[in-house]
Ligand binder design. Structure first.
Ligand SMILES: C[S@@+](CC[C@H](N)C(=O)[O-])C[C@H]1O[C@@H](n2cnc3c(N)ncnc32)[C@H](O)[C@@H]1O
Length: 326
């Protein structure tokens, strides 16, 4: 399954050729690299969890006891084949002060597991992907297939390292580094390695984006303001929403694009500027399909319905304009 072209691929092989290889990444242990150019939206890895821990929901604010998580983890590990046990134990373990020196398994989970829905999953292949604060992949949990899917969120060149993010990204370099300390490394990704002024600008943009999303949260309604003040505010918001998209794209934070396109669509609908509103909604819908190709999620369906609604509004506007011109 290692041929680079699907056309020249063996007929007996059931899957597409593997587009990545794991090998040493200077200063980062093992990393995952593109073994050929990968286009935006292409799936890089689709993997079931080798270990999946689903603690019962937290009730009355009382957290699930850590000792019970250890028991769950131990019994899940004990049920694996010797080969799978070897794959788990070969993963990177960053021991922190809270880890029991004898409990490498817990440190492996802490260093490698991803949240999938309401569980914590260990995916040995994807676990080799290193972190970047400007990652070139995004991921989603396909609950129907029971697989975590990693896909390219931009074009990745052959030989380029593949990166994911381990943390939320709309924070300053310092705040991100504090979160990454639990993994035991100092981040030197593109965003963190910028020289002082550029890094300061990037930090500012990320913090502004965080604030802008929070401010827009209460404005995600299609109702058109009636008062002059309301209209002025809506116009200001529409301009701010276009800026929000621009800043996100400049920062290269693909995980937040759908949310930003949604905000821009609503903000333009509130000033009855139907053409950009429709185009933003459609862009949001198309981008959401990368993580949800069958539009099964509520978010994707909402964006599809919003696009349809806005197309009608835009069409009505075009008719009215044509009628007025006679
Ligand atoms: C999920 S593992 C990633 C695969 C790991 N490099 C390996 O060798 O198996 C997480 C660990 O990789 C290393 N790592 C990940 N991203 C890194 C980065 N950007 N810079 C340095 N080390 C990194 C850290 O040791 C971290 O605890």
């Amino acid at each position: 399954c290692s041929r680079s072209s699907w056309i020249t691929h063996s007929r007996s092989c059931l899957g597409p050729p593997q587009v990545w290889e794991a090998r040493p990444s200077p200063g980062k242990g093992i990393g995952v690299y593109a073994s050929r150019a990968i286009e935006p939206g292409d799936i890089i890895l689709s993997e079931p969890a080798m270990i999946q821990l689903t603690p019962p929901e937290i009730r009355d604010g009382v957290a699930y006891p850590l000792s019970d998580i250890h028991t769950l983890l131990r019994s899940s590990f004990d049920g694996l084949s010797p080969e799978d046990k070897g794959a788990v134990m070969s993963l990177h373990a960053h021991m922190t002060s809270v880890d029991n020196a004898n409990d490498t398994l817990m440190a492996i989970i802490r260093s490698n597991a991803y949240i999938t829905g309401n569980s914590l999953g260990l995916f040995p292949k994807g676990a080799r992907i290193n972190h970047s604060c400007r990652p070139n992949t995004s991921q989603y949990w396909d609950s129907q297939l029971g697989r975590r899917v990693v896909y390219a969120n931009r074009r990745i060149e052959e030989g380029e390292e593949i990166f994911a993010t381990y943390i939320p990204l709309l924070h300053s370099h310092e705040a991100r580094q504090r979160r990454l300390d639990q993994y035991g490394f100092k981040c030197t990704c593109d965003a963190c390695a910028l020289e002082r002024d550029a890094r300061h600008a990037s930090d500012q943009r990320r913090q502004d984006l965080q604030k802008a999303f929070a401010a827009f949260e209460s404005q995600l309604t299609l109702s058109v303001p009636k008062s002059a003040i309301g209209k002025r505010k809506a116009l200001k918001n529409a301009k701010a929403s276009a800026q929000l998209v621009e800043q996100l794209e400049e920062e290269g934070l693909a995980d937040y694009y759908v949310k930003a396109y949604h905000v821009a669509a609503i903000a333009h609908a509130r000033i009855e500027d139907w053409k950009p509103a429709t185009l933003w909604a459609n862009k949001g819908f198309e981008t959401s399909l990368l993580a949800d190709p069958k539009a099964r999620s509520t978010g994707a369906r909402e964006l599809q319905a919003l696009t349809n609604h806005l197309i009608i509004k835009w069409n009505d506007q075009l008719w009215e304009e044509a009628n007025r011109k006679g």
